[in-house]
Design a protein around this ligand. Sequence first.
Ligand code: NAP
Length: 295
Amino acid sequence: MSAEIIDGKQVAEDIRNELKATVAELKEKDIVPGLGVILVGADPASQSYVTAKERACEKIGIYSDDNRLSAETTQDELLQVVERMNNDPKINGILVQLPLPKHIDEATVLLAINPDKDVDGFHPMSVGKMMIGEDTFLPCTPNGIVQLLARSGVETSGAHVVVVGRSNIVGKPVANMLLQKKEGANATVTLCHTRTKDLGHFTRQADIIIAASGWPNTITADMVKEGVVVIDVGVNRVEDSSRERGYRLIGDVDFDAVKEKAALITPVPGGVGPMTITMLLFNTVLSAKRANGID
Ligand code: NAP
């Protein structure tokens, strides 16, 4: 059996089209969702993420307030920009691109963002609400994974989900979201990490594997059962002299071998990646609706 490929680009485009229609409806009510973007420094990867986010906003009609600050920006100066955005009614969502330079304390900055504008879902208030199942802004990559599963018709209720990786931005939140007592969740979740003894013992029992280790080939074919659903979150660069840029991107899963046993699998690139920015747009539109009392 060869797996069906989950087309993250297509799912992301479907959601963006839905959002574009919602933004057009909001504009008829004179509401324009706005995203404030802050980048400190000139890290090339961060610059390209921020540019991609701004372009995505523009395409669906979200206003973006672009703030590219020098690497020497002090924490106080950054906090002033955040505060200006907290008080700007045109801004519904604030995105501080991480990582920040070492002289700035990330936790202090995230805490300064008004939780009502926390479209990244990283504020402790958002994390706490997510944990207890209250309405909040869900973090973008984990929410993208949950949406991919739902829109691919994967039943999570009663399924055994094995999450590999316990970071605060992927592993822990996606595990938490999938065990909530609500539609699209209700899974039995096992969370694995580097101290897990015999990872394969757990992954072989999984109906759904979410791989977020950050290492190629963390999941190999002997570690999965027939018919498993595999979501590969990993983005790893490997040398490839046949490509002009000298590398290609691969995930955390041995895709070619695992797809022969899986029922459904996400590719890298083109799986989870396109969903992350899409869910940021989703949260920004949601925030604009909430700010205007629209559900
Ligand atoms: P991270 O902070 O480095 O966390 C990796 C986690 O995986 C850690 O909890 C680590 O365990 C665990 N781990 C590493 N190797 C393992 C192994 N062999 N067996 C079991 N657990 C293992 O990474 P992250 O930020 O969560 O990101 C994970 C991957 O997703 C990366 O490749 C990243 O680039 C990618 N990513 C993609 C998107 C997207 O939009 N597509 C977004 C975010 C991240 P310990 O805690 O014990 O160290």
